[in-house]
Design a protein around this ligand. Structure first.
Ligand SMILES: [Zn+2]
Length: 339
């Protein structure tokens, strides 16, 4: 490998590790206790259920790879792990969803799953922003300075947005305010977990709204998605803020049409491949749906991150549950479909 490339990767990892180490305190408001290693989705009953030899497959940025993304077999201790809470808050706050019989019909259950997703995203954005700030301090010509600055700024804006959402969730937990809309359903068991948020507005829509407004938008419309195996099925939870109902209700309702489940499967497949970063897969899923076409997942991710791609809600005809999934996915031509 080229020494320039290795230098760059080393610096990046050094900054990333130090940024992770800097996060020491519990994220719960006004708590100064030390944070512990825990999981976005519980290990017992959920992650354990789909792991093999306590390992799962992750899909992550890998600076030592030329195309910067890779699937990796990762131990459960690291997979889907975060460092957001002290022992007290990790146990107390989530005790209702850390049981064998989770009641998905209650508002609070759905709220707690979403809270963990939001905190995990905050954790990731903090590490992302601090890594870039650390690289900027290192003054060298290995990195594109303007790009780093922009990435750091965007991550900090995302953190502010997510913190506002945390505030609303915590308020909901103590009051009967119900500021969110949740929908959930079971889907046929699938060997993956997703816990992620994504912006409903496409880049094209945001640019148009900002042009009309004459300024940056104050907030984006965020949607939350959680998928995990539970007992004999997989569970899908989607969430959005009540104030966004008019905008996103039809879009979200399509996931929950019982008479046309294939629409749900197609939409889930698209979201997992293109829009959701935080995901893990089991061995079986990896062997059946990923192995030998890893490059296509990487291509799809790079396409999504490409600034020229302005329509992030494009729905491709792919479905994880279909026997022809791999062929269908490989035959997609992102370049041609780019608007
Ligand atoms: Zn705490």
């Amino acid at each position: 490998m080229h020494s320039y490339f290795i230098n760059k990767a080393r610096q990046y990892l050094k900054c990333k590790n130090s940024s992770k180490k800097k996060i020491k305190e519990c994220f719960y408001p006004r708590c100064n206790n030390e944070s512990i290693n825990s999981h976005v989705l519980q290990r017992k009953g959920i992650l354990n259920q789909i792991s093999t030899d306590s390992h799962l497959w992750t899909f992550e940025k890998d600076v030592f790879k030329e195309n910067e993304f890779a699937f990796k077999r990762t131990g459960l201790k690291k997979a889907f792990a975060f460092h957001c809470f002290c022992n007290i808050h990790d146990t107390q706050l989530f005790k209702e969803i850390e049981v064998d019989d989770i009641d998905f019909t209650t508002y609070k259950t759905n709220l707690l799953f979403t809270l963990r997703t939001v905190y995990d995203e905050i954790y990731k954005e903090i590490v992302y922003a601090n890594t870039r700030d650390c690289l900027l301090k290192n003054e060298n010509d290995l990195f594109d300075i303007d790009k780093l600055k922009k990435e750091s700024e965007n991550a900090k804006l995302a953190i502010d947005d997510l913190k506002m959402i945390v505030g609303k969730i915590l308020y909901d937990l103590d009051n009967d305010s119900q500021q969110f809309v949740f929908q959930n359903r079971t889907i046929p068991k699938i060997g993956l977990c997703v816990s992620s948020f994504f912006t409903y507005d496409t880049s094209e829509e945001i640019e148009l709204m900002e042009r009309e407004n004459g300024s940056k938008l104050e907030r984006y419309t965020e949607l939350f998605i959680t998928i995990f195996p539970f007992k004999n099925d997989s569970q899908l939870i989607m969430a959005y803020e009540k104030i966004d109902t008019n905008k996103v209700k039809n879009y979200v309702d399509e996931f929950f049409q019982n008479d046309r489940p294939e629409i749900c499967y197609q939409k889930i497949t698209n979201l997992i491949i293109f829009n959701c970063q935080n995901k893990v897969f089991n061995n079986q899923f990896y062997n059946e749906k990923i192995k030998d076409i890893e490059y296509k997942y990487i291509e799809a991710t790079q396409f999504m991150l490409n600034e020229e791609n302005k329509n992030e809600r494009t729905l491709y005809n792919i479905n994880f549950y279909s026997n022809t999934f791999k062929d269908d996915f490989v035959s997609l031509d992102f370049e041609l479909l780019k608007t």
